[in-house]
Design a protein around this ligand. Structure first.
Ligand code: MRU
Length: 353
């Protein structure tokens, strides 16, 4: 095992072992690297809701493992009863986080496999195998995406990223950070600037932790310093992940992405998005997408300490939408889509048929 592989293996976000689901508890990072083990799908649902596991591809696979647990726990004696129980579990898991399309994708993929099974024991086996396959595919997909994306980055680039679209947001390797890793692995010298990503601090707690872990040169900035570092010429490219991308190229990602994209356009800095095809939602329009609103205490406290007056009104959306004209390119495992996105995204999907 090479040093790189060891690091990626040690940051394996979610996995299946001895009929249980094991996850890194991301709420404890960067202070403690703690693993948690779940035997019940309701606990997996709670882990998704409370950000023990987060990041669109990671919650897609976590949801699939949750359904595998639901199948395994079931006492149903007929296929019909088992399918009914799985539908119920799907609903519980689905309702945890509404914006990342990967969750629905992961759950649907398991339900489809379950429907194809002939009897209870065959279905149980098939859903576990499918969820495990999805976890392996996730890492392979990210590595392919990394190879495509690395071509867009040059020696001595300083790349800004937001939130965490790394190994911790996927099963391993990462989407935006996968591209950064692949660029470094291709021999180019790069530096990374990461935003703290208030209010949950995925940038400082997770991305800074991952990049330091991989010996990649990383500087942390407050979210409010994006304009400053861009205006000083300290950023040459931006790359972020996505929770959902529409067929028109509208990108949903962590709150704050939109203002970074606007600022990048103002300073003529290319703005890239890296996401697997499982993050695309080819059916919805912007008005259909639900933006998750999270609890006010994320904004009114820091590390459990109150930083705002009692009973203050709070607006705390978890995601925002970046419009296609702000996006220079979308990197996927099937290649890179460039504007006009309605055409290029369609072509990427057709190339997979
Ligand atoms: O609220 P989170 O931490 O789940 O939000 C994560 C993001 O917005 C990521 O950028 C996105 O899921 C892409 S992860 C590869």
């Amino acid at each position: 095992m090479t040093q790189q592989t060891k690091i990626h293996a040690s940051l394996r976000t979610v996995r299946w072992e001895n009929n249980t689901v094991i996850m890194i508890d991301q709420t404890k990072l960067p202070n403690k690297l703690v693993h948690v083990r779940y035997k019940n799908y309701k606990d997996v649902a709670n882990a998704i809701r409370t950000l023990v596991v987060r990041g669109a591809p990671a919650i897609g696979v976590a949801g699939a493992f949750g359904l595998a647990l639901a199948a395994l726990q079931s006492n149903a004696s007929t296929k019909e009863n088992l399918l009914q129980e799985l539908e119920k579990a799907k609903k519980v898991l689905f309702e945890t986080r509404p914006t990342a399309i990967n969750l629905a994708w992961g759950l649907e993929r398991i339900i489809k496999i379950a429907n194809q099974g002939n009897d209870v024991s065959e279905i149980k086996q098939a859903v576990i195998e499918e969820a495990k396959r999805m976890a392996i595919e996730d890492i392979q997909t990210n590595m392919k995406m990394g190879k495509h994306g690395a071509e867009l980055f040059e020696n001595n680039d300083t790349i800004m990223t937001h939130c965490n679209a790394g190994a911790l947001a996927t099963v391993g390797y990462g989407t935006a950070l996968g591209v950064i890793r692949a660029t470094k692995e291709s021999g180019k010298q790069i530096k990374v600037i990461v935003t703290e990503t208030r209010p949950v601090m995925q940038g400082s707690r997770l991305t800074a932790f991952e990049l330091k872990h991989d010996n990649i040169d990383v500087s942390l900035i407050p979210d409010t310093a994006v304009g400053y570092v861009m205006s000083k010429g300290l950023v040459t490219k931006v790359i972020v992940g996505a929770d959902r991308i529409l067929r028109t190229g509208h990108v949903y990602n962590k709150i704050g992405t939109y203002q970074i994209a606007v600022m990048a356009q103002q300073h003529k800095i290319p703005f890239y998005v890296a996401a697997p095809l499982s993050t695309f939602d080819l059916k919805s329009n912007p008005e259909d997408v639900i933006i998750e609103q999270r609890k006010s205490s994320e904004v009114t406290t820091i590390a459990g300490k109150k930083t705002a007056p009692e009973d203050i009104g709070v607006i705390n959306p978890a995601f925002d939408m970046t419009t296609p004209e702000l996006v220079t390119g979308i990197i996927t495992e099937a290649g890179i889509a460039k504007p006009p996105y309605a055409e290029s995204i369609k072509k990427l999907f057709e190339s997979r048929l």
